[in-house]
Design a protein around this ligand. Structure first.
Ligand code: DQA
Length: 143
């Protein structure tokens, strides 16, 4: 199984950015934590971009048999283009947020992605990515 971990805008600044919401791990450290957790149980691929179109291009390259862990960050709340790309790929995905978006501004409570996701994990910091990986590993859930 191939698990793809996609992080959206500003998540390249993890560790330096609003650590009360997003924790102290850098993106590299977060990816390493996921890598250690998954070990040899799946192939892992990481992608981060601050650009909506680049994320759309990346999503278009996925296979139905891939499993996707997606933190689209601010694009979660705005992007019809990312939603449409996800609908087109049919790749099963879990929406992840480091912070508890329901304990924050009301605009973060609107997601263009949740209703087409396999499920949503938010508020558990970096652990959320591990929980999402566990779901895919345990169920081997692809399309
Ligand atoms: C986030 C929550 C979003 O509202 C925000 O724009 C982010 C990160 C999270 O991981 O908690 O950049 O997706």
């Amino acid at each position: 199984m191939r698990i793809l971990v996609v992080n959206g805008p500003n998540l390249n600044l993890l560790g330096k950015r609003e650590s009360s919401h997003y924790g102290t791990l850098s993106l590299l450290q977060l990816e390493e934590k996921i890598r250690e957790h998954v070990g040899k149980k799946a192939e892992l691929l990481f992608f981060q971009s601050n650009h909506e179109g680049e994320i759309v291009d990346f999503l278009q390259s996925l296979k139905e048999t891939d499993a996707l862990i997606l933190n689209a960050a601010a694009f979660t709340h705005t992007s019809v283009a990312i939603r449409d790309a996800l609908l087109a790929t049919k790749t099963p995905f879990i929406e992840v947020h480091l912070s508890n978006v329901y304990a924050r501004e009301s605009f973060r409570q609107k997601s263009y992605l949740s209703d087409i996701s396999r499920g949503v994990i938010y508020g558990f910091g970096a652990e959320g990515y591990l929980l999402a990986a566990d779901y895919f590993l345990r169920t081997q859930a692809t399309h």
